[in-house]
Design a binder for this molecule. Structure first.
Ligand SMILES: *[C@@H]1O[C@H](CO)[C@@H](O)[C@H](O)[C@H]1NC(C)=O
Ligand SMILES: *[C@@H]1O[C@H](CO)[C@@H](O)[C@H](O)[C@H]1NC(C)=O
Ligand SMILES: *[C@@H]1O[C@H](CO)[C@@H](O)[C@H](O)[C@H]1NC(C)=O
Ligand SMILES: *[C@@H]1O[C@H](CO)[C@@H](O)[C@H](O)[C@H]1NC(C)=O
Ligand SMILES: *[C@@H]1O[C@H](CO)[C@@H](O)[C@H](O)[C@H]1NC(C)=O
Ligand SMILES: *[C@@H]1O[C@H](CO)[C@@H](O)[C@H](O)[C@H]1NC(C)=O
Ligand SMILES: *[C@@H]1O[C@H](CO)[C@@H](O)[C@H](O)[C@H]1NC(C)=O
Ligand SMILES: *[C@@H]1O[C@H](CO)[C@@H](O)[C@H](O)[C@H]1NC(C)=O
Ligand SMILES: *[C@@H]1O[C@H](CO)[C@@H](O)[C@H](O)[C@H]1NC(C)=O
Length: 500
């Protein structure tokens, strides 16, 4: 038997209001294959003024450790207090080290889990399996709500030394999602959903559940988007859809900050995105993270900016995003606020793509409600879908069986040209006359089409299935269409065609 490890944990209060915990843990060397786990408990107190900050709790991991188990508990859980949970390995507590590009983040489960295990070959969803690098690890605690007396917290940590060494971790070489061969058409409208959650963060869906539903809705793509963790994106290869489906599964993260949520869409495997910043004017955290995501080929979309949930309302920068989620799940009055806000931005000359997102976490929520339809050129791939969104080639419908065809037809030297959603048409071409917007739709019986320009609604007309509606668009900066039913609920929305 090996010697028992000796553990010293000590709390120190700094002269500041914050309290910081230092733990020194000395391990005896493993002498035997049957070594007992090293169990120890770290405790501390978080004061109410530390709300929305992040508290790092260091602990030492020796080279012999083969699995790490952490169990969190705290006072007045669900009764005024709420404490998020995550962990960083010895590569540091930055989500991305700007020099090495390496991330120390090994997972995040927010307030959804109270414990996790990480080993070389396996990890609790939300956390990443892989080498247990020896050195200082940090549990991160994120006070999300504190009552007047603050939060007393406890971490029970168990470091195990498995005699049968776990299989060495090697990155899977299996394709993470299926990319069919280049399509023969130059472009194609692809139906999908950029926003959903699974057990890899705070959902109860397995990826397979979302995939089965997406296939039943005839979606062409879905993006999993867990809160502040790449763990789902890294594991999704296990759920490559069967049955000949060519559903494309893209990688996204819902970057969940204390000042609103945003969607980092089109990420690489293992790509992490920083989420710990504030809305203070000297904090460049959001702009830096957004720049990093866009620089690596992804896009930035502000999620449900006016949603009425704790810390959901967007108070970060409004000018470093490609898109905005104006329709989150079932259309409601706060989505209406987002649609009106977005149209106001367009009227001021901004080009910003409106997206939908189901935000489906658990049954009975479903993905594809609403459905986001993107015009992708070339091969069907994560990159071509991201490019379509960046170019504004997007419309939204409530669900299956609903479709929209919208364009602007204009003459160019005797030739008729059809501009698609997202395209920019020279104003000169409109003034030449006989230019019109053309709209037709299926699946919207009894609803009406509302044409919108920078001046607001200018033409409402009842929709007859598949029948074309033409409308003059001379003198406008853009034109787009909303589809609404008799209760004025939005059932469809196009992005604009711009005139410059
Ligand atoms: C150490 O903690 C682990 C995980 O909670 C537990 O299974 C094990 O029994 C503990 N061992 C000892 C010696 O307390
Ligand atoms: C968790 O902490 C609370 C308050 O600190 C305590 O009452 C409770 O017994 C703890 N639960 C466990 C399982 O240790
Ligand atoms: C806050 O903590 C105190 C103990 O300090 C407790 O008695 C009280 O119930 C808690 N208040 C709320 C609103 O949760
Ligand atoms: C650990 O988390 C799982 C769910 O992730 C939960 O079912 C289990 O009860 C937790 N363990 C403890 C000791 O709280
Ligand atoms: C494949 O299709 C069969 C028959 O429709 C169905 O029973 C099965 O669950 C499907 N498998 C997957 C992985 O979707
Ligand atoms: C927002 O939520 C609060 C508390 O749940 C509620 O009182 C308020 O009416 C809600 N506002 C809107 C616009 O839904
Ligand atoms: C920053 O966030 C806080 C809390 O969400 C909010 O009260 C404040 O108005 C925000 N500041 C700005 C400039 O948006
Ligand atoms: C057109 O429809 C919109 C949305 O329902 C409504 O706000 C607007 O007043 C309508 N305009 C006309 C001219 O009917
Ligand atoms: C309008 O659409 C909403 C959402 O699908 C639906 O709940 C409502 O019943 C519809 N209203 C009418 C009059 O069809």
């Amino acid at each position: 038997m090996g010697t028992l490890a000796s553990i010293f944990a000590m709390m120190k209060s700094s002269i500041f209001l914050s309290s910081v915990l230092f733990a020194w843990i000395r391990h005896a060397n493993a002498q035997s294959a049957l070594r007992e786990p090293t169990n120890f408990t770290l405790t501390g107190h978080i004061t109410p003024d530390q709300l929305f900050s992040f508290v790092y709790v260091p602990f030492h991991v020796s080279a012999e450790v083969t699995s790490i188990y952490v169990l969190q508990n705290y006072s007045f859980k669900g009764a005024g207090n709420s404490l998020d949970l995550g962990v960083f390995d010895p590569h540091g507590v930055a989500a991305i080290n700007s020099e090495t590009g390496y991330s120390g983040s090994r997972g995040w489960s927010g307030g959804f889990r109270n414990n996790f295990t990480i080993s070389a070959s396996d990890a609790t969803p939300g956390y990443n399996a892989g080498p247990l690098f020896p050195g200082t690890w940090n549990v991160v605690l994120g006070p999300y709500a504190t009552n007047r007396s603050g939060i007393d917290w406890t971490l029970d940590i168990s470091l195990a030394y498995s005699p049968s060494s776990s299989p060495l971790w090697t990155p899977s070489l299996a394709p993470i999602y299926k990319e069919p061969l280049p399509s023969t058409t130059p472009w194609k409208w692809l139906r999908g959903d950029f926003h959903m959650h699974t057990i890899y963060s705070d959902g109860r869906y397995l990826p397979s559940g979302h995939i089965a539903h997406a296939i039943s809705y005839d979606l062409d793509f879905i993006f999993f988007s867990e809160h502040n963790t790449d763990s789902g994106n890294n594991n999704i290869g296990r759920w490559i859809p069967a049955n000949g489906s060519d559903l494309l599964i893209g990688r996204a993260i819902e970057v969940t900050t204390r000042h609103g949520h945003w969607q980092a869409i089109g990420l690489e495997r293992s790509q992490q995105v920083e989420w710990r910043y504030t809305n203070s004017s000297d904090d460049t955290g959001f702009v830096d993270a957004a720049t990093q995501v866009r620089g690596s080929g992804g896009l930035v979309s502000i999620n449900h900016p006016f949603q009425n949930c704790s810390r959901c309302d967007w108070t970060l920068d409004w000018d470093h995003n490609d898109a905005i989620e104006v329709w989150n799940g079932r259309f409601d009055p706060l989505d209406e606020v987002a649609v009106k806000f977005w149209q106001g931005e367009l009227a001021q000359g901004k080009k910003l793509t409106a997206l939908g997102g189901s935000d489906a976490h658990s049954p009975p929520d479903i993905n594809g409600l609403p459905t986001t339809v993107v015009r992708a050129t070339g091969e069907k791939s994560q990159a071509s879908i991201v490019e379509g969104v960046k170019r504004g080639r997007v419309y939204l419908v409530e669900g299956p069986g609903m479709d929209i065809a919208f364009g602007v037809v204009y003459g160019d030297g005797g030739r008729k040209i059809k501009a698609e959603i997202g395209d920019i048409v020279p104003k000169a071409a409109l003034s030449a006359g006989d230019a019109y917007a053309s709209f037709s739709a299926t699946g919207f019986e009894g609803a009406h089409a509302c044409f919108v320009s920078e001046k607001g609604y200018f033409h409402n007309v009842s929709i007859v299935n598949a029948q074309r509606i033409q409308q003059n668009v001379a003198g406008m900066d853009f034109v787009m269409v909303e589809v609404r039913n008799a209760s004025d609920v939005l059932l469809g929305l196009t992005n604009p065609i711009y005139f410059e």
